[in-house]
Ligand binder design. Structure first.
Ligand code: CS2
Length: 510
């Protein structure tokens, strides 16, 4: 009889020797590893992506790049990791079956709201040369449409009132830079979230925060800090209790911090550092002069398609990405959207063949071993849609290209905000602007033209320009009308068939 996976001994330094199931162990001496990197936002993505890159960099090229992890909100990650001596496993999974690696680069965990001073001290330690962030789009407290720091954000206002005990990333970094300035200790701060020009945006927001706090600090930010842009990629679904049990059964120990991810992984980093860094290129990272083409391709082709799958899928009652992709009408819709509406907005780049990239993405979305929930991707639409789909729509409007599929994706987001799917099952709305968006959804009514116009006036998401585009408004209204009248699959099929939809004035529009 096999042991109940819930009662297996916990993974930690003492038990790690008992790991079985072919787990790959770190080839580094944890006790001697210095702490040269701080990471803000220790969640599944950090564990599955950045931590393995840093581990491989140390294994191949050495360096004191152990990581101090920070949680900006809740203590959960620390509570999972501390009893395990900060060890955790990453399991790659696809049709070939699971492969697990033990990660040993995390040295400690801090929780900002419990002890902001300790986080500022860690960030200010001159031995720390690298700060990485995966705090999700909303963690930056930006106005989504403009990408600038939202100075009225309650967390930013709070931090400006108490800049010595900050809780936001911008506030923590600014407070640390103030301390580092005295020692003139240079630092590279890498935003690893899905924002366009993530490094430049983080730099602007830290500078703005500093300006509002202490103008002298703002002027000095660039003297000691580099903010390289980065593109990160690895599909990492939230770990489920069933995943934890399955992993425990295979590896013989209970890992409460385990993560599961696809085998694919990519990291493109702008070569802009002020001091030493881990040799991430030894782990396969691409260090380049200009990240923009990679970042745009990934944000628009992967994340744009992901959000489309999430909203159409949720509305039609599909819980997982792979199930949406198993429906041929959705799969053709996504492929055509990528090829006809997104790829034409991207600059050609040497070594990046969009056709091959799209094929690989479709294959990754179909990975049947990955249970990636549409609800997970659908979260925080107000923050995600501008860089993923609306920038693309703007580029298409400018060049006169098709926007019908992008408009249907946005229409699906708007329909999800009703809080019920097409079969009447509830949809939970997770979004920092949820209250306002759901109120808008209720007030905007059912008439597609009026509903489209009312949403387009929501400036934080659509900016000032999209409301003025008659073409965009009409396409959005057609999408809303089709979803409501015909249902999700029929709306998708009609666009797939290339049949022009009727606009509400009775005219036929492509
Ligand atoms: C996803 C991303 O949750 C989401 O919004 O689109 O997390 C996506 O899986 C990653 O960016 C892939 O690299």
């Amino acid at each position: 009889m096999t042991q109940d996976p819930k009662t297996l001994p916990r993974l930690c330094e003492r038990t790690a020797a008992q790991l079985r199931g072919g787990v790959v162990r770190p080839a580094l001496d944890r006790r001697k590893l210095g702490a040269g990197q701080v990471h803000l936002g220790v969640g599944a993505f950090f564990k599955a992506h950045l931590a393995p890159y840093t581990q491989q960099a140390i294994e191949r090229a050495g360096g004191g790049w152990g990581v101090i992890g920070v949680s900006l909100r809740r203590p959960d990650a620390r509570d999972e990791l501390a009893p395990q001596d900060h060890l955790f496993t990453v399991t790659e999974t696809d049709a070939a079956g699971p492969r697990t690696t033990l990660i040993g680069v995390l040295k400690d965990m801090l929780v900002a709201p419990e002890n902001p001073g300790a986080v500022v001290d860690a960030l200010a330690d001159p031995a720390v040369k690298i700060v990485t962030l995966t705090i999700t789009e909303k963690g930056y407290c930006l106005d989504p449409a403009s990408g600038a720091l939202d100075e009225n954000h309650p967390d930013i206002r709070r931090d400006l009132a108490h800049p010595e005990a900050p809780r936001t990333a911008a506030g923590l970094i600014a407070a640390a830079l103030k301390k580092r300035l005295a020692a003139r200790a240079p630092l590279a701060v890498l935003s690893c979230d899905n924002l366009s020009s993530n490094g430049a945006r983080l730099r602007a927001s830290v500078r703005r925060f500093a300006e509002l706090w202490d103008p002298a600090l703002a002027r000095a930010v660039d003297d000691i800090t580099a903010f390289p842009n980065t593109m990160v990629d690895r599909i990492t679904p939230a770990t489920t209790p069933a995943d934890l049990d399955k992993i425990a059964e295979r590896i013989g120990l209970r890992d409460e911090a385990a993560v599961v991810a696809e085998p694919f992984t990519q990291w493109v980093i702008e070569d802009r550092f002020m001091a030493a860094r881990p040799a991430w290129e030894e782990a396969g990272a691409l260090i380049v002069d200009d990240v923009a083409p990679y970042e745009l391709a990934k944000l628009r082709l992967l994340n744009g398609a992901h959000s489309t799958i999430a909203y159409l899928g949720q509305l039609a009652g599909y819980d997982h990405v792979a199930d949406v992709m198993a429906e041929p009408a959705f799969a053709s819709f996504i492929a055509a959207m990528q090829t006809e509406e997104i790829a034409p907005t991207l600059r050609p780049v040497e070594g990046l063949a969009y056709e091959t990239y799209i094929d690989a993405l479709l294959e990754r979305f179909r990975n049947p071993a990955l249970r990636h929930r549409t609800a997970q991707i659908a979260m925080d639409g107000s923050q995600k849609l501008p860089p993923r789909l609306l920038e693309t729509a703007r580029a298409q409007l400018e060049r006169g290209g098709p926007i019908e599929r992008i408009a249907l994706a946005i229409a699906a987001w708007i329909e999800c905000l009703r809080g019920v799917d097409r079969r009447g099952a509830p949809i939970e709305i997770n979004d920092p602007l949820a209250d306002r968006l759901m109120r808008l959804s209720a007030e905007a009514g059912d008439d597609p033209e009026e509903r489209a116009a009312a949403f387009l006036r929501f400036r934080e998401v659509f900016g000032a320009d999209l409301a003025d585009s008659g073409r965009f408004r009409a396409a959005l209204a057609r999408g809303l009308a089709a979803l409501r009248a015909d249902g999700v699959i029929a709306a998708v099929k009609r666009i797939n068939a290339g049949s022009p939809a009727q606009d509400s004035t009775g005219g036929v529009t492509a």
